[in-house]
Design a protein around this ligand. Structure first.
Ligand code: NAG
Ligand code: NAG
Ligand code: NAG
Ligand code: NAG
Length: 414
């Protein structure tokens, strides 16, 4: 019985098995382990300094993490046409040639995380990866992202960019990512969120932006994020965030805004108003200024705390064209300081609060104003230009928020 089943090298059947074994052994790169269904090539933690040669062309999963690979060259035999999962995390990749991934038309998951010398990527690095669902590039010391890096990655659902060195997010960077659900950007050095930074992300569910240097969020920055349920902005430099901006997040459930230097003067009214009308699970928002509000939670201020503040304009509409016109007239990203005096040229100060002016309230003005690189040392006389001091940088004016008078003072100095 059992004797007959056991194969011997002499039998025909046995020879076929041995041949098949040899074929497999040959096809599997040295120091790697290969196993079928799905065809998997596992080469992790072997001190490889380059991608091993002769990776089987039918491999579906390729594990190369925890090696010392320094470069990914184009046309490297790497990369079977059928590979769906490619892990390259925790190597020392500093250069990826354009075309390195171009044969991987079935790729669904690419993990390049924790390659601390990567620093930059060519614009076409991921071109053609239209089935890619998950892209990991955390801890790669990336300084910037090319404008077109994510173009046509229509299937992308998870994008991990946390703990890099990113200073900004240019307009329309994510424009093609209509299927993206997670966008992790925490632990970078991002300073502002522009109007179109998140345009196109109509299915985004989680946006993590904590541990950055964000001090300004454009009014319409969240305009496409109507599916967002989780927004983390803790540990940033926000003094102000407009309630109208938050109004776009109609599905929001989890919000963390702690660890920001909230200004609880008139500028806080808009966000406070949003908390009165929208139910969300939120962190605390401790006021840092003015002095008499320090330590209070912005959410629990009272109506009377905003007595004497300019009234929000109830008729104000979200007019994208208007918003564009305004942002162009006030500042352009990357072009430094706005020039408020030219904006206000020919305006009576009473017009500042009229409804035909786009700045219906002072908070609108401040929310759209980006002070670049506050120069605390070079400008001891803060009244020389109100724009040089912002939030925490402004000397306290005693207990009165006194915003309206100070704006008037500032206008007089123009
Ligand atoms: C990789 O290199 C380290 C340090 O040289 C050594 O300790 C380790 O055994 C090597 N690993 C393998 C799998 O060769
Ligand atoms: C990583 O790569 C850099 C060059 O990009 C090299 O100087 C460094 O020695 C490498 N580190 C390791 C641990 O291989
Ligand atoms: C991505 O979204 C588009 C619609 O925007 C849809 O047609 C397509 O099937 C989606 N792709 C995946 C992989 O979910
Ligand atoms: C904010 O960052 C500091 C320093 O990185 C850290 O100690 C602190 O725990 C962070 N706060 C939160 C709320 O995560």
């Amino acid at each position: 019985g059992s004797e007959r089943v056991r194969w011997s090298p002499g039998s025909l059947c046995g020879r076929a098995v041995v041949l098949a074994l040899f074929w497999r052994l040959e096809a599997c790169p040295r120091l790697c382990i290969c196993y079928p269904s799905p065809m998997t090539v596992s080469c992790q933690s072997q001190n490889f300094t380059e991608v091993p040669a002769q990776i089987p062309h039918d491999s579906k999963r390729l594990f190369l993490q925890n090696n010392h690979i320094m470069e990914l060259r184009s046309g490297e035999g790497l990369l079977g046409r059928e590979t769906a999962v490619l892990w390259l995390y925790s190597n020392n990749i500093s250069s990826i040639q354009v075309g390195a991934f171009s044969s991987l038309l079935e790729l669904e998951e690419l993990d390049l995380g924790d390659n601390k010398n990567l620093k930059s990527l060519a614009p076409d690095t991921f071109r053609g990866l239209e089935k890619l669902q998950s892209l990991h590039m955390h801890r790669c010391h990336l300084n910037s992202l090319p404008n077109r890096l994510f173009r046509r990655l229509y299937s992308l659902q998870y994008l991990y960019l946390q703990e890099n060195n990113l200073h900004y997010l240019q307009d329309d960077l994510f424009i093609d990512l209509a299927n993206l659900t997670y966008l992790y950007l925490h632990g970078n050095k991002i300073r502002t969120l522009s109007e179109n930074a998140f345009r196109g992300l109509v299915n985004l569910d989680r946006l993590l932006l904590h541990q950055n240097r964000i001090h300004q969020v454009h009014h319409w920055a969240f305009g496409d994020l109507y599916r967002l349920t989780m927004l983390f902005l803790f540990n940033n430099s926000l003094t102000v965030l407009s309630g109208e901006t938050m109004d776009d997040l109609v599905e929001l459930q989890f919000l963390r805004l702690n660890g920001n230097p909230w200004a609880c003067d008139c500028r806080a009214r808009s966000l406070w108003g949003w908390f009165q009308r929208f139910r969300v699970s939120s962190s605390d928002l401790l006021c840092v200024s003015p002095e008499d509000k320090r330590g209070f939670d912005l959410r629990f201020l009272r109506e009377s705390d905003f007595m004497g503040c300019p009234l929000p304009n109830p008729n104000r509409k979200k007019d994208k064209a208007l918003a564009n016109g305004r942002s162009n007239s006030l500042y352009e990203f990357g072009e430094g300081r706005p020039n408020p005096s030219s904006f206000y040229k020919g305006l009576q100060s009473k017009d500042l609060y009229s409804s035909k002016n786009d700045f219906s309230t002072e908070e609108d003005y401040w929310n759209n104003y980006e002070p670049e690189e506050e120069s605390s040392s070079s400008s001891p006389d803060w009244k020389r230009g109100r724009g040089k001091c912002f939030g925490l940088d402004c000397p306290s004016e005693g207990s009165s928020p006194g915003l309206q008078p100070s704006l008037a003072t500032w206008l007089l100095t123009l």
